[in-house]
Structures are given as C-alpha cells and as structure tokens.
Design a protein around this ligand. Structure first.
Ligand code: SAH
Ligand code: SF4
Length: 345
C-alpha cells in the first residue's frame, strides 16, 4: 500500500499493463487526481468497480496534515506539515506579480552542513518520497484555494541528494493532463553536487537550474559550505559549463551576501572573473539571520556596492527582494523553532 501520488504517468501505465488493462486508463486516473482533485477512488466514475477495488488495495489518496499556517503581511504564507511518521517539513507559498509560487522541501533535514543555514542544523533523517513532495503542493492548494503556477525546490534539503524522487516529482507536476506546471516555471537549487548537475543536463524537462555558489573562491567556500571539500569551485564551474553547453540554458547563480565574509568589492571582482563569459545570471540574496548562527546580513550599502561592481563588470545580476521576513520564511527556520518548542515541552 502506498500513496498514488508516488506514481508518474509512466509508472501508472506500467502498472496497468501488468494488470492486463488498457494503458490509456492512466490518463483518466491522472485527470481525476490532479484536475478534479478527488479524495477517494470511488469518485472515479468512468472506471470499473473491479478496477477501483484493485486500486484501493494498492494505493491510498491522502494529503498532508497541516500543523502551522503563518501568514506574513506581504502575502507570503508558511506551512508546517506533519508526515505520517511524525516528522515535520515546511513549504512556503509566495505571491508574485506573475502568480503564486511554492517553495517545497525535498528531505527531512539536510546533511550538507552549510554553516549559515538553519536547515542544516538538523541532520538528514531520510529522503522525502515523491508523494510527500507532490502533497506539499496539493495540500497548500487545498488549504488556501489558490492555484499554484510556479515551483521552487529550495526548502529544506539538498534536492540532488534525493535525485530520483525530485525528478519524478517534476515529471508529475509537469504532466499535461495533470497539474501542467510548465518546466520553465520550475526551479531546482543545488548546493553543488557535481555528478548530479551533469546527470541533470540529460533530464527530459527544461527545468531551471540554480546553483548555491555563495563564494568567489575555495577559501571562503570551504569555510561556509562543506560540500566544497568534495566538489571544489573549479569542478563546480566545469559542471555548470557542461550543463550550459548541453542544454543551452541559462543557469542562476545564488549568492547570499554575508557581512564581512563574502561581500567586499574584491569578492565581487573575483566572482566576476569566475563567471565571466558564462550564460548565467547572479541572484544576490540578503541573508536571513538565524539566531543560533554568528553570521550577519550585509549592510544595504555593501549589497548595493557588490551589485554595482558586478554590473560594472557586465555580469547579469539582480538583488532579490525579501519575502516573508516576519514569518521565519528563511529555509528551515519554522521547522527548527517548532522542534525546539517540542524539545522544551
Ligand atoms: N539545498 C539546496 C536548496 C535549498 S536552500 C541549496 O542549498 O541550494 C535554498 C537557498 O536558500 C540556497 O541558495 C541556500 O543557500 C539559501 N539559504 C539557506 N539559508 C539561508 C538564509 N538563512 N538566508 C538566506 N538564504 C538562505
Ligand atoms: Fe542544505 Fe541547502 Fe541549507 Fe546547505 S543551504 S544546509 S544544502 S538546505
């Protein structure tokens, strides 16, 4: 018995073929699940009673249990969900001028250990199943009545450390007869798992790739991102080049500005040298301070000077506006607060 939301169209087809049934039924099931959003198999009225009984033996249809829903003054909403094994995960819903986007979690905790990140404070307990990522979106839509048009896989966890479930999730939400979220409306962010970046160059869908670079050289990156010890900057840049060459797609480079760590004019110049000539754009991110961490957000002046220097060096760059600052919308902050509450009880 498992969640039907684990199954992509391909898998449903195979399941049907193994039962000696017509593969086109997969499309009907998907329409019921993702268009009509039924809560039970009995509602699938164009499917035979016998087959419905079989589906009920093998699958369930369920959503996540929402334990906290915080609303920010700027329209951002944060959700804390309890999984069936009691673990907590979070999702963030953002209201943008182009529509609603959701930031989903990919793992319970994260093992990458980036020193500035709240998510990394809790070791990874397990991967999320495909269905648990799909259900974040479905549950948020159900609770709010909002239609989500964009997805960022930037919640807790390293998505490429749970590659199969994350890519299957992308296929499910993209499927034309289902949620039909365009591949270009999906962004996945990785801390830099080089072999998976290369593998992702061959992925069927034209999904946006973002790389958490956060440093212009190995010295700084080694200090703030443990992953750099396994995959140093040169290898990461090579993988990005490989990905761009293979896919012809522009890659987003994420760079959190940390006061006195990576935000000097010299750092901006180094970054420009590193990225020169690549089909990328840089997203400068104001750091969301985490109480337990010593790191501070760069001053407005430092952020502006960093931005100006990159512009001057003809690097495509934007300074990301902040969302949900008053509701702990930064990665992992809601979950870590909740867990602390529970530990204190
Ligand atoms: N693990 C993946 C995706 C999740 S984190 C990754 O690291 O890319 C999504 C983005 O949020 C990453 O760029 C991450 O570095 C950044 N981030 C983490 N903690 C943050 C904080 N406190 N303030 C601002 N950005 C943060
Ligand atoms: Fe994990 Fe990403 Fe946080 Fe690093 S920044 S600890 S990879 S969630």
């Amino acid at each position: 018995m498992q969640s039907i939301y684990n199954y992509s169209e391909e898998m449903l087809k195979e399941y049907l073929i193994n039962l000696g049934l017509k593969p086109f039924r997969s499309k009907q099931i998907i329409e019921w699940l993702y268009r009509k959003k039924v809560k039970s198999f009995d509602e699938m009225t164009n499917i035979s009673k016998d087959f419905i009984e079989k589906l009920k033996e093998d699958f369930y249809i369920d959503l996540l249990k929402c334990v906290v829903n915080q609303k920010s003054s700027d329209g951002t909403q944060k959700f804390l969900f309890e999984l069936s094994d009691g673990n907590l995960i979070e999702s963030v819903l953002m209201n943008n001028d182009y529509g609603y986007s959701i930031c989903v979690t990919s793992e319970v905790g994260c093992n990458m250990g980036c020193v500035f990140c709240a998510s990394g404070m809790k070791k990874k307990l397990r991967n999320l199943e495909t269905a648990e990522i799909v259900m974040q979106l479905l549950t948020v839509e159900k609770v709010t009545g909002i239609k989500i048009t964009h997805i960022v896989i930037m919640g807790i966890g390293e998505p490429f450390d749970n590659y199969d479930n994350v890519t299957r999730f992308m296929k499910i939400v993209n499927y034309p007869l289902g949620l039909e979220i365009g591949a270009r409306h999906i962004t996945v962010s990785t801390s830099g798992l080089v072999p998976k970046i290369k593998e992702f160059a061959d992925f069927d869908l034209q999904v946006n790739l973002a790389i958490s670079l956060h440093a212009p050289n190995n010295d700084i990156r080694n200090e703030i991102m443990k992953v750099n010890k396994s995959y140093p900057i040169e290898e990461l840049i090579d993988a990005i080049k490989y990905y761009i060459d293979k896919t012809n797609r522009r890659v987003t480079i994420e760079y959190i500005l940390l006061k006195d760590i990576n935000d000097s004019r010299e750092n901006a110049n180094e970054l420009a040298d590193l990225l020169h000539g690549l089909n990328i754009y840089v997203n400068l991110i104001p750091y969301n301070e985490v109480i337990e961490k010593p790191y501070k957000r760069s001053t407005k002046e430092a952020m502006q000077a960093f931005f100006d220097q990159l512009k001057k060096r003809r690097i495509n760059v934007q300074l990301r506006r902040e969302q949900g600052g008053d509701i702990d919308a930064a990665c992992g902050q809601l979950r870590s607060k909740q867990m602390k509450k529970e530990e204190n009880n």
